[in-house]
Design a protein around this ligand. Structure first.
Ligand code: FAD
Length: 461
């Protein structure tokens, strides 16, 4: 079986390796960098920057732990250098995996000719025609930059340029208070930039639990970040001195720079979708069936290119499922539990339904919660802010969970498993959790659903 894949982000590269492991002859075409958005300008670089901000915060708080540190300084140039080194190491790692699994990497721009043929305009000037049995499209997404924002990559930037700045701007307006806006906004704020976040919805992290968004907002305010919710942008004026932004309420904000983080759009430019009759929805996502096959037999699509959450772990899971299906398996691309993570400080992580969604669906639900401040481990590491919240249905099945607090993104795995397998709080709450660990907050929140948390402070007046 011969397979050609266009795009070597997490969707494409994991599909390539899985297909090769299953015995296919695989060629993958990449026009920029192996690893795609995630590895080069997304997940990994943002988290590398935030890791530096964490070290800075820890260093500034060292005295609380009995360690003196009088000379904390920060150099964005060095932070960016560390990030670049880390990224290039990981890119080489994937290239090595291609080599060791016998995946053929072609560097160039791929386009569909027919349902079996991809033509590649190679970076070395040559043109290559790849004929295969099955084709996978994994060309990802690009930032949304409507014209009215006057994106120029200098004063008006996206996350891509923000990840390469060598000096922190004095001030920055962040348009869009979603995951990317909150993460990068907080990073620059910790480096001394005056950040103003403008969000159209009623809360930052619009899809997350209201109480979680409120707690993060309180933290931002403590750090002197200004946040305008329920505010759209009506006008943007770019001058030599900076950027002026007019909000829907008439207020005018000014800053040295503006970062746009209002969303991303599927990227299929030049693929020749119309010619082949591959159907897309009104937002430009390629339509796929449950097996991730497009409207043209033998051509599959995954990741940010289709209408599933734009997340690296979804892209890679779909890449694996598509590879398996191309090679004769019958796997479903419908996801039972999708973990959502935000790497701010405190971190936010959630899976399944929020309380509001449970209400909107008319579910008779119950919740349990536990504050980190009541936990030994949280006190030990000095990170007591936040809580775990669990949502269950009438049958005690865990249908949602939100965590805000230390290591929330790692803690979420247990609750993702619970939602995936439809576990009850009784079953999961029976599991012994090690002490002292942050995972005890999950156990206590599970017990709290039935009012049985031993360590929860509840005032009965
Ligand atoms: P991509 O990673 O976008 O890869 C597509 C690849 O296709 C690219 O390399 C592109 O060059 C290539 N390509 C496009 N057209 C062609 C063509 N015609 N020929 C050849 N090659 C082509 N997700 C998370 O889960 N966790 C996070 O913490 C997280 N943080 C993020 C932070 C930022 C700032 C951003 C921007 C995104 C973040 N994401 C995160 C989202 C994540 O990066 C994407 O969901 C993921 O990369 C999508 O994978 P993909 O394989 O579908 O596409």
């Amino acid at each position: 079986m011969k397979i050609t894949i266009i795009g070597a982000g997490p969707g494409g590269y994991e599909a390539a390796i899985m297909a090769a492991k299953l015995g296919a002859e695989v060629t993958i075409v990449e026009k920029k960098m192996v690893g795609g958005t995630c590895l080069n300008i997304g997940c990994i670089p943002t988290k590398a920057l935030l890791a530096s901000a964490d070290v800075l915060t820890t260093s500034l708080e060292a005295e609380k732990f009995g360690v003196s540190n009088d000379h904390t300084t920060v150099d964005l140039k060095l932070i960016i250098e560390r990030k670049d080194k880390l990224v290039s190491g990981l890119v080489k790692g994937i290239e090595f995996l291609f080599e060791s699994n016998g995946v053929n990497l072609v560097r160039g721009i791929g386009k569909l000719i027919d349902s079996k043929t991809v033509e590649v305009k190679r970076h070395d000037g040559g043109v290559e025609t790849l004929v295969s049995d099955k084709i996978l499209l994994a060309t990802g997404s690009v930032p949304v930059c409507p014209e009215m924002f006057h994106y120029d990559g200098k004063k008006v930037i996206t996350s891509t340029e923000a990840l390469a700045l060598k000096t922190p701007p004095k001030s920055m307006i962040v348009v869009g208070g979603g995951v990317i806006g909150c993460e990068l906004g907080q990073f620059f704020s910790r480096l001394g930039t005056q950040i103003t976040i403008v969000e159209m919805a009623d809360q930052i992290l619009n899809i997350e639990d209201e109480s979680v968004a409120k707690q993060l907002l309180r933290q931002f305010k403590r750090e002197k970040t200004k946040v305008f919710t329920a505010s759209g942008v009506t006008d943007v004026n770019v001058q030599d001195s900076g950027v002026e932004v007019t909000l829907t309420n008439g207020k005018i904000l000014a800053a040295e720079m503006m970062m746009l983080s209002i969303g991303r759009a599927s990227y299929s430019e030049g693929l020749n979708l119309e010619k082949l009759g591959i159907k897309v929805d009104h937002q430009g996502h390629i339509k796929v069936d449950e097996k991730l096959e497009t409207s043209v037999k033998g051509i599959y699509a995954v990741g940010d290119l289709i209408n599933t959450p734009f997340l690296a772990h979804i892209a890679s899971k779909e890449g694996i499922i598509a590879a398996e299906n191309m090679l004769g398996k019958n796997k479903s691309g419908v996801h039972k539990a999708i973990p959502r993570c935000v790497y701010t400080d405190p971190q936010v992580a959630a899976v399944g339904l929020t309380e509001k969604e449970a209400q909107q669906r008319g579910i008779n639900y119950k919740t349990g919660s536990f504050d980190f401040r009541s936990l030994g481990k949280a006190q030990i590491i000095g990170k007591i802010q936040g809580q775990v919240k669990i949502i269950v249905n009438e049958q005690d099945v865990i249908i949602g969970a939100s965590i805000i607090g230390p290591e929330a993104t790692d803690l979420l795995a247990e609750l993702t498993m619970a939602v995936h397998f439809g576990l009850t709080t009784e079953a999961l709450g029976d599991v012994i959790h090690p002490h002292p660990t942050l995972s005890e907050a999950i156990m206590e929140a599970l017990h709290d659903v039935h009012g049985m948390s031993i360590n929860k402070v509840s005032l009965r007046l």
